[in-house]
Design a protein around this ligand. Sequence first.
Ligand code: MG
Length: 190
Amino acid sequence: MTKYIFDFDDVLFFNTAQFKPHMYKCFEESGLPYDVVKKYYDRERAKGFVLENLVKAVLHGEHVESITALALTEKILGACKLFLNHELIKRIKKLGPDKCYLVTHGVKAYQVEKIKRTGIGPLFAQISIVQDTKKWSVEHLCEQFTDDHIIFVDDKEKRFADLDFKEYPNLTTILYLGPETIPEIFEQGT
Ligand SMILES: [Mg+2]
């Protein structure tokens, strides 16, 4: 049988292409243009990105009182469901939760929040949130299911760099480049 490990940001969830532009649009609607917010964003990103922290930093730093941090955070996160990769999710639903795993990178509470908002949690047997490498989570699944073929899908090549393919010959990686990658993911499945 084949088991699948999916990355969240920019694979299951259109973080860069859709969620981030939406976030900047929400700031702009409160009178905070991209160039201003981007400076705070870069700073927060270096610390480990959490949306709520960014919103608080911008509102405080720019002396904005027309909207609360809670309301603006909610406005941004409340739209998470709109940015799902529906084409991919449709295929995952067909496979069933016993075959699908989610391994994501980022600040734990924030990733949990985003995943919860999208409602896709129940589609996965297990969700792991890592702070650095995905190696241990991925290899642990390879070890746990030695008789299965494990396909690990991520949009970042660097997530594959430290994987031990000799130790885990049942592991295949697929670099997610966009919807054109979807057929490739599932054609190898059994
Ligand atoms: Mg990603």
